[in-house]
Design a protein around this ligand. Structure first.
Ligand code: LAN
Length: 719
């Protein structure tokens, strides 16, 4: 293709031809094929940065003080702001997202552009395990059947020959792990859609569950929304039991993926065959028993009329999910699965085309090639944190940052969700009018903390003198209402919805590779963010009638947070790594009700915990292993992001001893580059205990925030 050069033995596109386009929060990468297009659409600094090309940003004067360092950081980071006012980033880590996207593209006969094919090959080659050539659940994990079988399929779909050394090495590892027969449930489903596994070897995913009365304590409407919507699409597809028609390509794949000959396998005996390396959450006996019963039910008992009613019901829910998210869908797994569901049912249709488009929102281009992002962007979330960092530094009124902040406010203004979901109750949706999503308005999902961080940032910005007031009182109150409706009975906040079922439902977790996926849980991070957002609202509207109500909500939340503290003084974090992350949030919650190191045993313990983890170089560094094991595990080196979180936590606690905090700040300053940036270090985020995910902008937003708070508390100097 035009401009293709060869790097190593894999072709590459010309990175200088890629552009990130933004339209009302939507972010997609485009490859410009002609020189005219290139001339008409120059590459921005942000494009270059994300592609790993030289940005040409200048060397800055060496910062002498924390605020100088923050200014240098902002000088760099502000250049990455997109024209609509938000920040973007790679949001990779999970290694099953590109397979979901590419397998559904393939199954639905969608055209995969040449530039994607080239860059996906490059990415998977770059991210293959350096020793065995396989892939894991996430980029830092060990090779598994799930990761290796599916990414192998992707490589073949995008055109790599089975004889290519990358494929050959991966195949060897796949076979050593036992071959594709050992895939966990989600792998078995995706391979079945491809025609490379048989549906009879998939544990039951019966859509009939949707027909249970709502009071049934394990009804799917009570499940965590991500699990629920993946289950929804899978239950529909399972009941159709359709696959892409077999052709020479799938026959070849069937040979490559298995140790044994495909035709000799009795798939019905392998519903529970999963490689030990893949299993994080083994099946419970109850689940196995239930699966046994459901196989008999599906095959011999369930009347076909009932199956049809259930299937139609599931399809209605799939269509509503598509409509309520303007086909963006909740996430990178249910979007492609919905696309296949709609394709199998409707053939070529408007809906299928819409999915073809929105799947692009999950693809990200970087120097290593093209990957699958965890969401359709990090727009609202990272923009909110940047705003808060700038305000903490006291730069709100600084004319130098005025344009940047106005643009950020404009972005948040446009991305607030303005209406409820259609058939909200039928589709089991949480109230959302007034919410801020994690990514963009179109996606349409509230999360307690994304709404709260959005609300807080808008309030902070709109109270800066001279800032326009874009979001009205009424709209701010809508977001408060969304938050108030999300408090659980125990005072906590979960993620997208209220907790709708007890943790015992986890015993029905069939996904094998994840923990804590079945239901919503209370989270100290989400709980803190929510009350901080609510508190900011009361600060801005001190006479508001909701004030007393909010204060009661806060009191109950703080009580929950105290109860969630671990015996060693830390909090377990579920969305960032790990104890350091959650401890930063929880200490902020305690601080907001006046607790300090001096007057609160909980704070004192938190401080002692943090101090015990500080390293000789002054930094903190926590490994993702903490998330999996629940035991604090050091990273091999201190990490800028963990260090920022830890010093923020110590300052939240009102810890007066300057020395340990200053040493942390000094590490952050030492690691800053001459142009103001910080370099990428270890992975920052996590979900479902096992799967890591990158938050590359945290190295800017939280460092800047930490520097700002430090300067305010201890004065703008380090010795
Ligand atoms: C996210 C990203 C953001 C994250 C925070 C806002 C940081 C958190 O505080 C609440 C939970 C939330 C919204 C979250 C939930 C799970 C997500 C959407 C992800 C970690 C990004 C990717 C992940 C999603 C589940 C990936 C697809 C995998 C499945 C198991 C369906």
């Amino acid at each position: 293709m035009n401009g293709t050069a060869v790097s190593g033995d894999l072709p590459t596109t010309e990175l200088a031809r890629w552009r990130l386009k933004t339209e009302d929060g939507r972010q997609t990468w485009h490859y410009l094929k002609t020189d005219e297009e290139v001339a008409a659409w120059p590459q921005s600094v942000a494009d270059k940065y994300h592609l790993g090309l030289p940005t040409g940003l200048p060397t800055l004067p060496t910062p002498g003080t924390p605020l100088d360092a923050a200014r240098n950081g902002l000088s760099f980071f502000s250049k990455l702001q997109l024209p609509e006012g938000q920040w973007a980033s790679e949001y990779g880590g999970p290694m099953f997202l590109l397979p979901a996207a590419m397998i559904s593209y393939f199954v639905t006969n969608s055209e995969i552009p040449e530039e994607w094919r080239i860059e996906i090959q490059r990415y998977l080659a770059a991210r293959a395990h350096p020793e065995d050539g396989g892939w894991g659940l996430h980029i830092e994990g060990e090779s598994t059947v799930f990761g290796t079988a599916l990414n192998y399929v992707v490589l073949r779909i995008v055109g790599m020959s089975p004889d290519h050394p990358v494929c050959a090495k991966a195949r060897k590892t796949l076979h050593a792990l036992g071959g594709a027969l050992q895939s966990p449930l989600w792998g078995k489903v995706m391979l079945s859609l491809m025609g490379c596994y048989e549906w009879e070897g998939v544990n039951p995913i019966p859509p009939e569950l949707w027909l249970l009365p709502n009071w049934v304590p394990f009804h799917p409407w009570r499940w965590w929304v991500h699990n629920r919507l993946v289950f929804l699409a899978m239950s529909y597809l399972y009941s159709l039991k359709r696959s892409r028609p077999v052709d020479d390509f799938t026959i070849a794949l069937r040979k490559e993926l298995y140790v044994e000959s495909y035709d000799s396998i009795d798939f019905s005996l392998h519903r529970n065959t999963v490689a030990p390396k893949d299993v994080y959450h083994p099946h419970t006996k109850i689940l196995d028993a239930l699966n046994g019963i459901l196989v008999v039910w599906g095959k011999w008992i369930c009347p076909s009329k009932l199956q049809e009613i259930a299937r139609n019901h599931a399809y209605e829910l799939i269509k509503l999910e598509d409509e309520n998210s303007d086909y963006c869908c909740l996430g990178p797994v249910n979007n492609p699965l919905n696309m296949v569901a709609r394709y199998f049912t409707e053939g070529e249709s408007h809906a299928v085309n819409m999915h073809r488009e929105t799947i692009k929102d999950f693809l990200w281009m970087k120097n290593e090639g093209m990957l699958g992002n965890g969401t359709d962007g990090v727009q609202c979330w990272d923009t909110s944190f940047l705003v808060q960092g700038v305000i903490e530094c006291g730069f709100g009124e600084d004319p130098q940052y005025r344009d940047m902040l106005i643009k950020a406010l404009q972005f948040l203004d446009t991305q607030q969700i303005r209406e409820e979901s259609r058939e909200k109750d039928f589709s089991y949706r949480q109230q959302r009018k007034g919410a801020w999503p994690f990514s963009k308005r179109r996606q349409g999902y509230t999360v307690s903390d994304t709404t709260a961080e959005g609300l807080k940032s808008v309030l902070l910005l709109q109270t800066v003198p001279g800032m326009p007031k874009l979001v009205s009182d009424e709209r701010l109150q809508d977001s408060v209402d969304v938050l108030l409706a999300m408090q659980n009975a125990d005072g906590s906040f979960a993620t997208y919805e209220l907790v709708r079922a007890g943790p015992w439902v986890e015993s029905l977790n069939a996904a094998e590779v994840f923990g804590r996926i079945m239901v919503e849980y209370p989270y100290p991070e989400c709980s803190t963010a929510t009350i901080m957002g609510l508190r900011q609202f009361v600060k801005a509207y001190p006479d508001h009638p909701l004030k007393t109500k909010i204060e009661n909500v806060v009191r109950r939340t703080v009580q929950y947070i105290k109860e969630a503290q671990e015996p060693d003084g830390s909090w377990y974090g579920s969305w960032g790594i790990c104890f350091t992350y959650a401890t930063m949030f929880a200490t902020e919650a305690l601080k907001s009700v006046g607790e300090t190191y001096e007057n609160s045993p909980a704070m004192r313990k938190a401080v002692e915990f943090l101090l015990s983890k500080q390293r000789d170089d002054g930094g903190w560094g926590e490994s993702y292993k903490s998330c999996e094991t629940g035991i604090y595990t050091h990273h091999k080196e201190a990490q800028v992001v963990n260090t920022a979180w830890a010093v923020i936590a110590l300052m939240n606690a009102g810890y007066k001893e300057r020395e340990p905090i200053e040493r942390g700040i000094k590490l952050i300053m030492r690691r800053q580059q001459p142009n103001g940036e910080w370099l990428q270090e270890g992975i920052e985020g996590v979900f479902n205990k096992t799967c890591m995910i990158s938050y590359p902008n945290y190295k800017f937003t939280f460092t800047i925030k930490a520097l700002g708070i430090y300067a305010r508390i201890f004065g703008n100097e380090v010795c």
